[in-house]
Write a protein that binds this ligand. Sequence first.
Ligand code: NAP
Ligand code: GLV
Ligand code: GLV
Length: 305
Amino acid sequence: MKYTVVLTAKYPPIARDILAGAFDIVEHPTEQARSEDDMITILAEADAAITLLSDPLTRLVLSSNPNLRMVANYAVGTNNVDVEAARDLGITVTNTPGVLTDATADLTMALILAITRRVVEGDDEVRTSGRCEWEPMKLLGIALQGKRLGIIGLGRIGSAVAERARAFGMEVIGARRGEKIDEILTTCDVISLHAPLTAETRHMIDAAALARMKPGAFLVNTARGPLVDEDALCDAVESGHLRGAALDVYEFEPGVSPRLMRLKNVVLAPHIGSATDEARIAMARIAATDVLRFFNGQKPLNAVT
Ligand code: NAP
Ligand code: GLV
Ligand code: GLV
């Protein structure tokens, strides 16, 4: 008898290649956000699953199938998984750290450049007018050289962003877990978020934190949407207190606030931090390899529990 591995999306084929032969594989590809009930149905026959960061792996879901022994979350973030419940239930959880660090740091730099140099506004202008006029005072942004970048969450991705930003001539300061962020809020020209979503980090950037930010500063978020109070961010951009914001993640994904969509000085990316061929293939490889290792009685390489 083979164990069944459920794939909750269409992952790069390398995942199937690694698991084929040793396991029965059941695919449930969908781009739709799922409810807990959907997840319970999808995981009903699973001994293990490779899951999406949008799949709600709550206590209710994890405890619905007593055969479920392992979940390989296809992401480095595990805020969609009730890790404590998994531990209680003896379910091993793995993630995909490291292999997406460069991709996500590059996308963060792309967003910092896009918002400070108004790349998306410029693209829109060219498409709308069908013309390119050079004008001395048109679409002026700010120089990064000599500006201060604040990194909240100086882990793998935060450190990789710091390295890139220094190459652009920025002065970088950072904060790790437990460290005060007030100096970052009050002195930085650009603030970039790289902390995981936890009870402690939810709404760490709220109206009060935004009010502490330097007038004319920029906020960039490629971590998790709920780190920011999105309504308060809209207030801060609409009032002109912030000069702009660039987001890859949203408070209510897959929803995006209509207020954000109306703001020209906000760049909106669709959660594509790790979206390179290289990173996504590597994520599939390590997720599937950990499933294989688990059922071979080896220690998974990226165990969260
Ligand atoms: P990581 O290496 O664990 O780095 C996270 C850092 O945040 C750690 O240094 C951690 O400190 C710190 N931290 C935790 N709580 C904090 C707090 N309250 N204040 C300040 N810092 C805090 O993780 P990573 O690989 O860099 O990934 C970071 C996050 O990026 C993931 O959790 C995920 O949500 C997000 N992400 C998004 C995308 C995307 O597509 N946009 C792609 C990949 C990852 P400790 O070391 O002390 O815990
Ligand atoms: C993406 O957001 C991840 O956490 O890997
Ligand atoms: C701009 O195109 C310049 O030549 O300065």
